[in-house]
Write a new protein. Structure first.
Length: 151
């Protein structure tokens, strides 16, 4: 038996921008369909929003979707917050997106891309368990944990 898991991200009207941002970071192909393409009448609010979106690149697959009727570009409206305090990670988020690479150079490239407009929670640096570990919340409200595979 073999299974695959794909993160499905929900946005408040910014799914298209998020998909293009992730494409700029990870490369790959974006597939997107709007509510209008699935039969919503033209002129109805949300007609041009994403009902199904996906980016796929070298083992990474993310799906994205605009929550109907809930346009709000502030990512904290749905995503919550994460911060470091007294050596602990304090969050009200239900998940973090983890990204692991084989080398520090590779993870640094992804870090640099995701960090554009992000809030850095834990800077990318060597840790007791990895040659590189860092945590940030990107401009779309997704918190990423990046690290180098221990070898």
């Amino acid at each position: 038996m073999s299974i695959t898991t794909t993160t499905h991200l929900n946005f408040r009207g910014t799914a298209r921008q998020a998909l293009e941002f992730y494409r700029s970071v990870f490369g790959g192909e974006v597939t997107a369909a709007t509510y209008g393409q699935f039969g919503m009448p033209e002129g109805v609010p949300g007609f041009d929003k994403i009902v199904f979106g996906q980016i796929e690149s070298d083992g990474l697959r993310l799906m994205a979707y605009d929550i109907p009727g809930l346009d709000d570009p502030d990512p904290s409206a749905t995503a919550g917050t994460t911060r470091r305090e007294n050596g602990a990670t304090i969050t009200d988020r239900t998940f973090f997106q983890s990204l692991r690479a084989d080398s520090l150079d590779e993870i640094r490239g992804y870090w640099d891309g995701l960090a554009d407009g992000a809030t850095v929670i834990e800077p990318l640096a060597a840790s007791a368990w990895s040659a590189g570990f860092g945590m940030l919340t990107d401009r779309f409200g997704v918190t990423w944990v990046l690290d180098v595979q221990a070898g």
